[in-house]
Design a protein around this ligand. Structure first.
Ligand code: FES
Length: 320
């Protein structure tokens, strides 16, 4: 994946805990980009910080699912209990994708229930938040060794691109990001685009209050996410796939990374057919597909005018 300023900022913040002025100036010199452009990114993306983080950073969800489950009062109790502690910073945030565990919170980016925040801050262990692993009916594979079976058949020439598209169209599968665009038609349109290279992007920036279906798929069925992307890449003729995941989905990102390692070891990924993860620097608007593309290109994630649509001019102006 082409590196951008956002990769550099993510790396610097990961290394130092925050973005130091001296590092930003060095980045501007190294990249040949003006400091004001970098400042423009910092002011746009809420995950970037220019001050050292506190020892304990607590976020409390203030969105609808949590509010309905007494989040406002429970959050106020947590704030009162932690008031005056110089090692703790508490802030209210929008949906963090743990609506099924409402009222939800995080402590140093670890998702938890609001009722467990004080214990975590004080170093006491609390029960894990994750719902139990289970076998979803959406998984067609009975065992791990069976996985990637459709991909293997496609690469072996047993299933054609046209057959995959026909199966998608027959299934009625649609994108669930809002527009409900038919998936089979989208794959067919991008496959028919003559421009290369092409990209397949998985929008894992789910952030609508009350919505966490993608989170469960990412955590419990990451092999289907990756196989689906690889099939999409096969159909449209893309060599590069990118999973754009919200930074609040740390456990899910870990599951995806583990599955990518597994897929690589099994030979499903290679130099000319690869998938990478991009961690979002935050912002609800990035769930909109063209804002997401601007973010991937290292700019402020502001929606583009359409047309042209991403299927013809997407990432770096190429079909997506
Ligand atoms: S509304 Fe609170 S986690 Fe989603």
């Amino acid at each position: 994946m082409r590196r951008t300023l956002i990769h550099d900022l993510n790396d610097l913040q990961h290394e130092h805990g925050h973005l130091r002025r001296s590092d930003l100036e060095a980045l501007a010199r190294r990249s040949g980009r003006p400091l004001y452009e970098i400042q423009g990114l910092l002011s746009f993306y809420p995950h970037f910080r220019t001050e050292p983080p506190p020892a304990h950073e607590v976020t409390l969800c203030r969105d609808m699912s949590c509010w309905l489950r007494d989040g406002a009062d429970q959050g106020a109790s947590v704030e009162a209990a932690l008031a005056g502690r110089g090692d703790v910073a508490v802030k209210r945030v929008s949906c963090i994708g743990r609506c099924d565990c409402a009222p939800a919170a995080t402590v140093n980016e670890r998702p938890c229930r609001v009722q467990d925040v004080i214990d975590l801050v004080d170093g006491r262990e609390v029960p894990p938040l994750e719902t139990p692993a289970q076998s979803w009916e959406t998984d067609p594979y009975e065992s791990a060794s069976d996985r990637y079976g459709v991909l293997r058949a496609a690469l072996a020439g047993e299933i054609s691109r046209e057959e995959i598209v026909a199966r998608l169209e027959g299934s009625g599968l649609r994108g669930m990001g809002g527009a409900g665009f038919p998936t089979g038609l989208k794959w067919k349109l991008v496959a028919g685009e003559p421009a290369t290279p092409k990209y397949v992007i998985c929008n894992a920036d789910e952030s609508e209050p009350g919505t966490f279906k993608d989170r469960e798929i990412l955590r419990q069925l990451p092999h289907l996410v990756i196989e689906g992307m690889l099939l999409g890449m096969f159909v449209v003729g893309a060599g590069e796939g990118i999973i754009f995941v919200r930074h609040e989905y740390g456990p899910e990102e870990d599951a995806l990374r583990a599955e990518l390692r597994e897929a690589r070891e099994r030979g499903h990924l290679s130099g000319d057919r690869d998938i990478e993860i991009f961690t979002s620097p935050g912002g609800y608007i990035l769930g909109e597909e063209t804002a997401l593309l601007d973010c991937l290109e290292g700019r402020r994630g502001e929606p583009r005018n359409k047309p042209p649509f991403p299927g013809t001019r997407g990432l770096w102006g190429q079909p997506r």
